[in-house]
Design a protein around this ligand. Sequence first.
Ligand code: ATP
Ligand code: MG
Length: 669
Amino acid sequence: AEQVDDGALAHLNPAQREAALTEARHNLILAGAGTGKTTTIVARIRHLIRNGTPPDRILAITFTRRAAAEIRSRVQGDAATASSTQGVAAMTFHGWAMREVRGAPDVFGYEGWSVLDQEDQQQVMRGVLGRGKRVEGLKAAQIVDVLSFAHNTRRTLADAIRVKFPDDAIDAKAIGAAVRAYEQRKQERRYLTYDDILRVFAARLADDAVAEWVGSHYDEILIDEMQDTNPLQWQIIDPLVPHTRFYCVGDDAQSIYGFRGADFASIHSFRDRVPGARVLKLEDNYRSTQEILDLSNWLLEQSPLGYDKKLRAVRGRGAKPELHSFETPADEAGFIAAEMLRARRDELPWATHLVLVRTNYSGRAIEARLVEYDIPYVFFGGVKLLESAHVRDVLSALRVVANPDDEVAWMRLLTLVPRVGDVTAARAFDSFLAARSGGASAREARASALAGMPAWLAAGLDAIEEAAKRVDDAVGRAAAMLQPVLAHKYRNENWEARARDLVHVERLAASRRSILEFLEEYILSPVFTSEMEPESQQDHVIVSTVHSAKGLERDWAFVAGASAGSYPSARSLGDLDEVEEERRVLYVALTRARDRLVVTRTVSHTPVRAWMGSAGMDVLEDAYFLNTLPERLVEEVPHVVARPSRPAPPPGLSAPAEVDLSIDLGDLE
Ligand code: ATP
Ligand code: MG
């Protein structure tokens, strides 16, 4: 029977309604930015619940923890419907895989293994590389990256190396050997990487009985930002297709995770991969004015890939996008901050603004200005709370309790002790392992291995172990135990702010069931340190990398650093796929603005110019997306002061023989 209409459906347009109510078993909504894809997912979930699907049989997959929280809160809507919609699971792919794997150790195995984040992986890799810490041209971090790329694209290591480093002379055999040693070390130490979580899940789903069982948990799985799904994630979706329903939404022109293995064309093969899938389109953009969409459309039209989309603004016309050019990044950042202050005087809230930057690094100049002008902001894509050094220090104490084999954590913890270096730490860890394999309990083994260390260490670890059931309590004890050494270690590095972070970590840990669960949850879908700042609870500006801004919108968007050499980045030149991915990154950025789009760039003092030289700069200018921008699409505002060239001195003004530089000593003479 047709459902009674509810608030969630009432404001949808006919195409969105059709998409929200579709009765096909599998569906793909393929549509451009701001056309209401996420809105439709939310309406769909509410529709399913209204029609009797229990909320806990619905799973929504998003790309970030923030997007997941947003979907949960939009599904709950007002207080009237909140209780009936409680229990919808919205999480990231990793979060989901972890939930399944941890939830059924009998099916998946891997009980009590630790999850390594990227820095830990590099640490383990450095450990197996030994002295020199590199193999023929590749550093540990690069090997970890190429291995992850291989896993996510389901390539062999040899292929992945060829794709990532086509021109470099690389000893692939030596890298292969290093990777084998790394895998063995992970096995011994009971470590899983991010990728491993997905790989364990995918591998077990290949058994149809497992797929059927997992599929039976859900009536429907909804995936937002489908265009960024990579082959490893597809390996999880494929076997579940016969056993549950899929509802996926995406935009091929917003595929920006190629470096993590997503293939922007894979969404086009959806119908082949998911037999019987219905494909629906949405065409009207509700977010932006037509002028903003004209610029975005123009950018895609320039692409040789031929995107078949043209965004049309329901909201009608507005102001032209602005293109501001500055001499230096400092001028650019100063302008952005000044515009925000001006808006503030007109009583616009800080939340009017979104600043989009390419990289964490390029966000720093903006951040510095916001701090200087006292503008409250949150930086998405900055330092992840659980990956900042002082937090890792504290977590190392929890990790050695939760997984006594965790060598990376042991080494970190032990070397925090005054006067303990790598050698002493390694010796203590070895004697700990020896005691363990001799049958000692973790506690006894710690007591003997740490006998030569300050007594607070073994006592502190015992206290953490006793508190392990209350994870926030365990965090508190670890922080208290390490407080003196950390206060000293970070005495010149903003210790007060770091101490506040530790309080936040304690808060995050509350109500987690175990230390491992807590660590996994935040390692796999991180929160950023700046999201934890007290100001972020209030009205604030958002500064975000484009990659972390997916799905976001604000009244004003500043697309900063849109200079030659940044769009496309100098590094991508020569590779069509990479250049086109760069185009999509800019497209995502431009389509975040509702009313005012401000593109800013520097023209003379770009860092790229300094290292490319002028010949290289010509190449970058040629490739520059905004190079051929038609004047009618933007309002150009130069801020570059043309310095008047000074007249040459008239002839005859030659230097005098010498200027007398000695001082007149006065009455000291
Ligand atoms: P993106 O590709 O950036 O993720 P999207 O397709 O998910 O965008 P939404 O974020 O769902 O788009 O919607 C964009 C904006 O348009 C939101 O502010 C949303 O509230 C609004 N919107 C969507 N559909 C409608 C509608 N039918 N009527 C009014 N506003 C709408
Ligand atoms: Mg969206």
